[in-house]
Design a binder for this molecule. Structure first.
Ligand code: SF4
Ligand code: SF4
Length: 452
């Protein structure tokens, strides 16, 4: 294998405790993965940790290396495991190399000792919160079915007290996806974060009722519906684009803007044309094609037998990565939003198109609705940035358009054409008693952009 057959850097999600977790979130797709390793202790040994860190460093031709820890719940491993991981990074590093350790946690086991360690070693923490108490507790419960909101918020406050860098991960499910503004405003105003990501829950149920394999087209009643997903993203976008551009970082919006600017990468793997550079490492050294494909047929090998670079460059992994592009149905290939979506994640491609072709994404309808909804503000922000002006100017332009529209609505006669440009008479549109708020918000955006 030559150097130029391997990518300059890879991203591996390491799972030192495998699928083991102290909670039992109802929608967690990973808990059933425990069944893949019957009788295992589910603890990464020092030998595997050493092999992993050494090989990960060898697999990088860049100076920056991201070391990502996940689970199950990675804090179950105890803080000393990560102290040792830092030691090994220092031991094996090449001159000038820098490390960013990241960890995705439910936050419930964090204490002062943990947070001191995380701060001292510049960890970036992703903490999972699904919204305010009732929305969070709907599915995020412990093994006894008890709510976890208070424990998670305690963990978040500790991270904040110690100045640990963090972001909040929200899983969008059938319940919280109906409350976009409640979720967004809670995270911004009460939790106090300025960085969040939304991950849709799409949980496929196998014939035996488990979620172990990506099989069939039946989703659980906990899964977000495509329509809910589109509405959630659109409503949070409207709040963001009017108030928070440049202040709040919402991963999907940032990535979408990068796509509208036609930058080489969006920064989100689901929007890339191919896969293959984001792998998952189990506690015993088994390497899988992706965190969402920890299944026997996507097992690439074990890093104690074959070097991680060789596994990443293997025909199997290349075929997995290229498969995302090759398997695109015609509906995607002809879609106006292909440049931004690329058919999204292959794990969600289990619908049949109207032409009878398999492989349409379950979330397609939601993504399309969102992309349509944000097209014009995205075009505007992209254009501002291309001219060297800050994207934040979009907020002023929208506010001016809103004010103009409000004034026009206030002076419109009942039988006049509605100033929003809908083509309807005012009395049948914004002049209607108890007018449609959604229509009004959409009209605001459209009018503001038309007049910009
Ligand atoms: S399979 Fe999905 S999650 Fe995995 S790398 Fe591809 S797009 Fe990302
Ligand atoms: S929006 Fe739908 S049709 Fe278009 S690329 Fe995405 S999944 Fe395919």
């Amino acid at each position: 294998m030559t150097e130029n057959q391997t990518p300059p850097r890879i991203h591996v999600l390491a799972k030192p405790v495998g699928a083991i977790c102290n909670l039992a979130c109802a929608y967690c797709f990973f808990l059933d993965k425990e069944l893949l390793y019957p009788g295992s202790s589910f603890r990464m040994t020092d030998e595997i940790l050493d092999t992993y860190i050494r090989q990960l460093i060898e697999a990088h031709r860049t100076k920056e290396v991201t070391v990502a820890w996940q689970g199950g719940e990675p804090t179950l491993m105890g803080v000393d495991f990560y102290r040792r991981a830092i030691e090994l990074q220092n031991e094996h590093r090449r001159p000038g190399m820098t490390f960013e350790n990241t960890m995705q946690t439910n936050g419930t086991l964090l204490d002062d000792e943990w947070c001191q360690f995380l701060k001292e070693n510049n960890f970036l923490i992703g903490i999972s919160i699904d919204g305010p108490r009732e929305l969070h507790d709907a599915y995020r419960v412990d093994k006894g079915g008890k709510p976890t909101f208070d424990e998670v918020m305690r963990g978040l406050r500790l991270l904040q007290k110690h100045g640990v860098e963090y972001n909040i991960l929200v899983t969008l499910n059938r319940i919280n996806a109906d409350h976009p503004l409640e979720v967004y405003r809670f995270l911004r105003d009460d939790a106090g974060t300025d960085w969040m990501q939304f991950i849709p829950v799409v949980e496929r149920i196998n014939e035996d009722g488990r979620t172990l394999y990506q099989e069939g087209a039946t989703v659980s009643e906990r899964s977000v519906t495509p329509e809910q997903f589109g509405r959630f993203l659109s409503a949070t976008f409207d709040e963001w684009v009017r108030n928070d551009v440049g202040e709040m970082f919402v991963q999907t919006f940032e990535a979408t803007l990068r796509n509208w600017m036609r930058l080489p990468s969006s920064g989100m793997c689901v929007f890339e044309p191919t896969c293959g550079l984001g792998l998952a490492l189990e506690h015993n050294g088994d390497l899988y094609s992706c965190d969402h494909f920890v299944e026997p047929q996507y097992l690439l090998g074990n890093i104690q037998e074959t070097h991680i670079m060789e596994l990443v460059a293997s025909d199997q992994q290349r075929a997995f990565g290229q498969g995302k592009l090759d398997a695109l149905p015609r509906a995607c290939r002809q879609c106006d939003f292909l440049f931004a979506c690329h058919g999204e994640c292959p794990k969600n491609r289990f619908l049949t198109t109207s032409e009878g072709e398999h492989g349409l994404n379950y979330l397609c309808e939601g993504w399309k609705a969102f992309f349509h909804h944000v097209d014009r503000p995205m075009q505007m922000m992209a254009s501002l940035m291309r001219k060297g002006r800050p994207a934040t100017e979009v907020m002023r332009i929208l506010a001016q358009g809103d004010a103009r529209l409000e004034a026009a609505l206030a002076s419109a006669g009942r039988n006049d054409p509605c100033p929003c440009g809908s083509g309807l008479k005012f009395k049948h549109c914004h002049g209607k008693r108890g007018g449609d708020g959604k229509q009004r918000a959409e009209a605001k955006t459209s009018t503001a952009l038309d007049s910009a």
